[in-house]
Design a protein around this ligand. Structure first.
Ligand code: FAD
Length: 461
């Protein structure tokens, strides 16, 4: 894929002819805004930013880019954590956020059809009056398109599944400009190859998603939450394994290490017990059933020497108990301003969770690094931000080494380099080891759909 120095006057004239002059920018401030995501990966400017309004506009632009081999990178809210939407080869960024309409709500089928630039929180606000919601919640203000393209998960995936699990059908503009639909509105189908699953998690490397039909879930009537503190990480993580193995289905089951509790206490002026902690949430239609479930959770935690166990009923109690969990990212940023970090996102089979958490802690502390750890424990997903000072190459090399060691250990335990953030730039180097010969097939699929490699080049495979 050529790395163009700039777009020609003819390229710009073509773009003006499709979307007019108001929805294109080559100004440095817009190029800078679209040069990075929320990760520490180096930023890279595109040559132009375009805000399309329709599938047809996207089709014309992509077909032109394909003919003249100009890179195209879809960009949504830019909250990715692996450099996924950074236009590393310049070219045209398609900012999808003006395509943010809810096209059709069908409460009777528990379905909604939306444009991809819609913020998922706004969707949930609109769905409330129908008693419905779209469960995935990545914790950032992300769009439906960005969530589908990264197959985002977040805290509720343990009960409701990933973003991909909610997608019934998609409209996609292929790199040659063709517009296709895959999937149907039926709740199940065994028809054809599952192209919906192929585009879910494709990180903008196979085409531009222009419409999404999602399945919805009834809003739960009752909430219960608990926060359990332990005297050791091993006791906390063994409790997680036991809860999952016992067949409990909490709506969220999260782990936070002592360092983060300390940072959150400081940042939010809280007084939480500074110890390895589990955050648990149960949702359902019967308070009695939830009380039973929390009682069982407490028994399991007590069996592992739980030091404190605070439980509460109702949405407000749940929000109070969970306040610390929602402050993790800000607390880390506030405590270490200016630091960059390698973001660990490994996931392993649940029985290996205590081992990967122990291994990660040792990999970080033995190199005298700071790497606060937390994770969607109920699904075997561990995050850590292994921090380094940008002006300290030796520390950066050590942080990179620790990150490598943790990913390789996760793979050795039967896990994956990325549980939810996607491959982007940061996890590409692990793909040969994780996928072996299947990586070649993935590359052939990419070549078949995008022979000129224009779609989000430099990512994924
Ligand atoms: C504080 C914080 C917490 C987070 N926690 C979680 C978490 O718990 N779980 C989790 O899964 N993620 C988490 N994330 C990561 C992030 O929010 C998700 O990956 C989210 O899905 C990104 O959506 P976005 O709208 O920001 O997309 P962007 O970051 O703009 O883009 C994401 C990818 O999708 C592609 N893309 C965007 N729109 C389209 C489209 N229409 N068609 C084709 N490709 C497209 C882009 O090219 C890019 O590759 C977190 C991020 C932050 C900042």
């Amino acid at each position: 894929m050529p790395n163009p120095k700039s777009l020609s006057a003819a390229d710009l004239e073509f773009l003006y002819s499709v979307v007019g002059r108001d929805r294109i920018s080559t100004g440095t401030s817009e190029l800078d805004l679209h040069s990075h995501d929320e990760s520490g990966h180096p930023s890279h400017r595109p040559h132009a930013v375009v805000w399309p309004h329709s599938t047809e506009e996207i089709s014309k632009i992509v077909a032109y880019a394909n003919e003249y081999e100009i890179p195209i990178t879809p960009y949504a809210a830019g909250t990715s954590l692996e450099g996924n939407p950074i236009p590393v080869q310049g070219g045209i960024v398609l900012d999808m956020r003006k395509m943010d309409q809810i096209l059709d709500i069908r409460p009777e089928d528990l379905q909604v059809t939306v444009q991809p630039g819609l913020d998922f929180k706004k969707l949930n606000d609109r769905l409330k009056k129908h008693g419905l919601f779209f469960p995935p919640d990545p914790g950032a203000t992300a769009t439906i398109g960005g969530m589908v393209a990264n197959n985002a998960k977040g805290i509720r995936a343990i009960k409701y599944g990933s973003t991909g699990d909610q997608v019934l059908s998609l409209e996609v503009v292929l790199p040659d400009g063709r517009i296709i639909r895959c999937g149907t509105r039926a709740m199940r189908s065994s028809s054809g190859y599952d192209l919906v699953k192929l585009f879910v998690g494709s990180e903008g490397t196979l085409g531009v998603i222009t419409e999404v039909t999602l399945r919805l879930t009834g809003l739960p009537r009752e909430f219960m939450a608990a926060v359990a503190c332990f005297d050791s990480v091993a006791h906390a993580t063994h409790s997680v394994v036991q809860m999952v193995q016992a067949g409990l289905a909490p709506a969220a089951l999260e782990f936070i290490d002592t360092d983060i509790i300390r940072l959150v206490n400081h940042f939010k002026q809280m007084k939480m017990h500074e110890a390895p902690t589990l955050f648990i949430e149960c949702q359902g239609s019967s308070r009695v059933a939830l009380e039973d479930e929390i009682r069982f959770v407490k028994e399991l935690c007590d069996g592992n020497g739980c030091k404190t166990f605070a439980a509460g009923v109702g949405r407000e109690e749940r929000d109070r108990l969970w306040e610390a969990r929602y402050s993790v990212h800000e607390s880390i940023r506030c405590a270490y301003p200016g630091r960059r970090g390698y973001v660990v996102d490994v996931a392993v089979p649940i029985s290996a969770y205590p081992e990967i958490v122990r291994f990660a802690d040792e990999a970080i502390t033995s190199r005298k690094l700071v790497g606060p750890a937390f994770g969607h424990a109920g699904e075997g997903n561990l995050h850590a931000e292994i921090l380094f000072a940008p002006n300290d190459p030796a520390q950066q090399a050590l942080a990179k080494e620790a990150n490598h060691a943790i990913v390789h250990q996760a793979l050795a335990l039967g896990g994956t380099a990325t549980g939810e953030h996607g491959v982007g730039i940061g996890k590409r180097e692990f793909m040969p080891k994780e996928h072996g010969a299947s990586l070649e097939l993935m590359k052939q699929i990419k070549k078949l759909i995008d022979p000129h490699g224009i779609m989000n080049p430099g990512k994924k495979v």
